[in-house]
Structures are given as structure tokens and as C-alpha cells.
Design a protein around this ligand. Structure first.
Ligand SMILES: Cc1cc2nc3c(=O)[nH]c(=O)nc-3n(C[C@H](O)[C@H](O)[C@H](O)COP(=O)(O)OP(=O)(O)OC[C@H]3O[C@@H](n4cnc5c(N)ncnc54)[C@H](O)[C@@H]3O)c2cc1C
Length: 438
């Protein structure tokens, strides 16, 4: 069958590509090996609860890439509920995350002398940025040095782990933090920027999609309507990129397209696509993916009262705790609460053993919670296809091969998760325009 574009993979990046390109007038086929589209952005019902594939908070909704794509291409949009605040749990205490200098100076989970030391470090980072130093190769540990206490080290290590998907301070590039600041600074003058650093609450453009993350996927599929063919249960098993077209073979059929948008693991592409340049195939093979575990607990009554989520810097491994039913009570039976505990894990971890360890840790951290549990569900998932660590390898949206483009969380370094996947699609559209393909 002949198409203008074949999209491999029906996660959010593949779906957004299919939506945008079909609305740009292209004849598109999307091929997904699973029985449903959505990839790691789905929700499902189980024992009276509605769980997501890991707790999700959607970032950069004010002027980020998803907003841009929604404004241009969506026919219907999800209802987004404000995330609320991030809280940090450390040394048995819980405090709001210190987004600005004023809050940072009174953040009593770490010693005052460290707070001052880190303010000094912030100014050093601004100086390096002004000097246009490449902050992708400078780690947070190198920038900070050895002048901090162990508890401050633990807090920073935990923040780094969340920003990179498991990396320590030594593995986290300073650029990862600067990326967030750059986004906030869009169209702001010097005085606005200064005000933000000193006073402004951060993370205010972060949200949860009502009824679960599935609503994002459902909105994309509804917006595609009949414009593109979305074929599920069909795995792409071979790709041949010729001079005039791309040939794909799947478990069911074969397809010809003018060009290909690949959204699976870039590291697996060399096994599928014949004849990629050797250097390029070797580069893709070096991409390291992230691995995670989520433990969902259904609680007979509400235990987590705040609108927002908690970062547990005391737990081993660190945990991110999101009571999703606080955003939408319909996700749990009446008066019950649904809470997701997400952990970064090493690849190939033992799910049953880690689940038991996680439950022990949760029950110790929140005394009395164990007696109120009426539902437990565990998931092992890949939240991002590439770790953003010092010296880490990423693919790019534009490949060195004519007719081959890549999207997804291993093709783009900005932000993370759904936002990163959306950035990759925005970049795809711009590259296709440059190449006169749309
Ligand atoms: C625990 C957890 C917490 C998270 N928290 C957040 C959060 O707070 N905020 C946020 O923005 N994001 C979060 N994410 C991440 C976000 O869900 C993902 O980064 C995003 O959905 C990835 O989309 P993708 O399209 O790049 O990849 P995927 O969803 O992995 O999609 C790739 C698709 O390609 C298909 N495929 C691969 N190879 C083939 C083939 N050969 N043939 C056919 N199909 C193929 C796969 O089956 C899959 O459906 C979280 C994820 C997890 C697991």
C-alpha cells in the first residue's frame, strides 16, 4: 500500500506526528505493535480504580511544545487540572519545594551554611552561562564541589535523579537545570528574570489531565479522525530505505511510503533498517534507556491531603508520590484515594523483590497507611528512551539518511516525558519544512 508517510510506533510522539502530518495534507499510516495506541501514556481500569502508566504531571503547558501542537492541530483537548505544589520529604519533615531564593534561604531541611553556599554556586553557574561554556559536559557535582553536608548532598542527588531519570549529581549535566530556566525566561526582560529568581513560585504551568493521561491520547486520536490509518497489532519487522521510497514489512503486510517517521527505541533501529551508515548505527546503539517501577496504592480514606506531589529524598531509591485521585476523585471508588509511588530502577530489576521493598519503605514512612490499603498494583515501564546524563548519547530528529526521521524521548534533549516527545515533533515539522516535505 502506498502512503506519503509511514509512522512506526503509536506512543504520544508517533500519534502527534501522525496528527500533524495528516492535517498538513499527507496520506499517513501509523503502525503499532501493541493492541492499542498510547505507548507509556495510557490509563486503564482495575479493581475499581483507574491507574495511569506511571504517575504523570504534564509540564510547560503555558507556552511549551504540547500547547503549540494542541493550538494548531487538536479538534478536542483534555481538561487539565493544576498540579499544585511540589513537597520535599527529608529527615522525617515535609516542606514545599524552594523554587526561588527567598524560599531557598528559609528551607530548613538542610543546614543554613549549605543554603548560602548553594546560592554562591548559583551565581557561579550564571557566570559560566554568560561565558557560553558548554554546560552539557559539566556535572552538578563538579560545579558544587565538596563544601556541602551529607543531607544536602542527598537532597541534590535526589533532585538530579528526577531530572535525569536516575542519574546522580556526578552524572547530571548542569545544562539539565539551565534548560528549565531558559524555558521560564521566554520573552522576559532582565527585571522579570531577576524577579523570578528571587521571588516567583515555580512549576505553576504543570497539570494533570482529568480522567487520566489516556485523555491526551484520546484527544489526539479523536483529532486525527479518519485522516490517517492507525493500524494496531502490527509490528514493523523490516525497513528498506531506497533512493525513491521507503519499503516496510510488518507482521501482517507491506507498505511503501515517501518517507518514514520512526518513534520506537532509536537503539533498535539498526536491527530493523537495512544499510544504515555504520557510524550512525553505532551511535544509536550507545543510547541508554531509563527504567522505572510504579507502585499504585488504593487507600480506604484520604491520607495525602495536599494538592500536589511529594518527592521522597529519604527513601531508597528516591520516590515521587502523586495522589492522582486528588485531581479527579473519579479515579478511585467514593471516598477512597489512589496514590502512585514512582521509582527509577536499574535495568533488569527484580519486580517482585523491589515491590516488597517499596511497600515496606512506604509503610514505614507513613505510619498507619498499611491498614488502609485495599488495592495494590505494580508496573515496570520505560519512562524515557534516553538518559540525559553527562556524555550521554541521543539520536536526532533528522537522520543522516534521506527519507528517515526520528521522534520520541531519545531524539531531543529539552525537558522530559510528554513535553520532550512533543518538542521532538515540533522539531520534526520544522525539519520537514526545511526539506520541502510539507
Ligand atoms: C513511571 C512514569 C512516570 C512518568 N511521568 C511523566 C511525567 O510526570 N510527565 C511527563 O511528561 N511524562 C512522564 N512520563 C513519560 C512519558 O509517558 C513518556 O516519555 C512518553 O509517553 C513517551 O512517548 P514516546 O512516543 O516517545 O514513546 P512510547 O510511549 O514508548 O511509544 C513508542 C511506541 O512504539 C511502539 N513500537 C516500538 N517499536 C515498534 C515496531 N517495530 N513496530 C510497531 N510499533 C513499535 C511501542 O509499542 C510504543 O507504543 C512518565 C513515564 C513513566 C513510565
Amino acid at each position: 500500500m502506498d502512503y506519503d508517510v509511514a509512522v512506526v510506533g503509536g506512543g504520544v510522539s508517533g500519534l502527534l506526528s501522525a496528527l500533524a502530518l495528516s492535517k498538513e495534507g499527507k496520506k499517513v499510516v501509523l503502525l503499532e505493535r501493541e493492541p492499542m495506541v498510547g505507548g507509556v501514556l495510557r490509563s486503564y481500569n482495575i479493581e475499581g480504580y483507574r491507574v495511569d502508566t506511571g504517575p504523570h504531571i504534564i509540564t510547560r503547558l503555558e507556552h511549551g511544545p504540547l500547547k503549540l501542537l494542541m493550538d494548531k492541530y487538536f479538534e478536542v483537548t483534555p481538561i487539565f487540572v493544576p498540579h499544585g505544589r511540589y513537597f520535599v520529604r527529608l529527615g522525617g519533615m515535609v516542606r514545599p519545594f524552594p523554587w526561588n531564593l527567598r524560599d531557598w534561604l528559609s528551607f530548613d531541611l538542610i543546614p543554613p551554611v549549605d543554603r548560602l553556599y548553594l546560592v554562591k554556586t548559583l551565581f557561579s553557574a550564571s557566570y559560566l552561562l554568560g561565558e557560553e561554556r558548554d554546560l552539557n559536559n559539566l556535572s552538578v557535582a563538579e560545579l558544587i564541589g565538596s563544601g556541602i553536608s551529607p543531607e544536602t548532598g542527598r537532597f541534590l542527588d535526589c533532585m538530579c535523579a528526577f531530572m535525569t531519570g536516575g542519574g546522580s549529581m556526578a552524572a547530571t549535566p548542569v545544562a539539565r537545570f539551565i534548560d528549565a530556566e531558559r524555558y521560564k525566561s521566554i520573552s522576559e526582560g532582565y527585571l522579570d528574570k531577576l524577579y523570578n529568581v528571587l521571588m516567583k513560585e515555580g512549576g505553576t504551568d504543570q497539570t494533570y489531565p482529568k480522567t487520566g493521561v489516556q485523555s491526551i491520547v484520546d484527544s489526539i486520536v479523536t483529532s486525527i479522525g479518519g485522516r490517517a490509518d492507525l493500524n494496531v497489532n502490527e509490528e514493523v519487522t523490516g525497513i528498506d530505505i531506497g533512493e525513491k521510497s521507503v519499503e516496510l514489512s510488518t507482521t501482517k503486510d507491506s507498505y511503501t511510503a515517501d518517507y518514514l517517521v520512526y518513534s520506537g527505541f532509536s537503539s533498535e533501529l539498526p536491527k530493523l533498517a537495512r544499510g544504515l551508515p555504520k557510524d550512525y548505527a553505532a551511535l544509536l546503539g550507545r543510547i541508554k534507556r531509563i527504567s522505572s517501577m510504579t507502585v499504585w496504592l488504593g487507600l480506604k480514606k484520604k491520607v495525602f491531603m495536599e494538592q500536589g506531589s511529594e518527592i521522597w529524598a529519604d527513601s531508597q531509591p528516591y520516590s515521587w508520590v502523586v495522589p492522582t485521585s486528588n485531581y479527579d476523585p473519579g479515579l478511585a471508588p467514593k471516598d477512597h484515594q489512589l496514590v502512585g509511588f514512582a521509582f527509577n530502577m536499574p535495568q533488569g530489576f527484580d519486580l517482585e523483590r523491589e515491590k516488597r521493598r517499596a511497600l515496606d519503605m512506604i509503610y514505614q514512612t507513613v505510619p498507619g497507611v498499611e491498614q488502609g490499603v485495599d488495592f495494590t498494583h505494580v508496573q515496570a515501564l520505560v519512562p524515557e528512551k534516553a538518559v540525559w546524563a553527562v556524555g550521554a548519547q541521543f539520536a536526532d530528529v533528522k537522520s543522516p539518511v534521506d527519507r528517515l526521521y526520528l521522534v520520541g524521548t531519545d531524539t531531543e534533549k529539552r525537558s522530559m516525558g510528554v513535553t520532550r516527545a512533543s518538542y521532538s515533533v515540533v522539531k520534526l515539522l520544522s525539519k520537514l519544512e526545511d526539506d520541502k516535505k510539507i
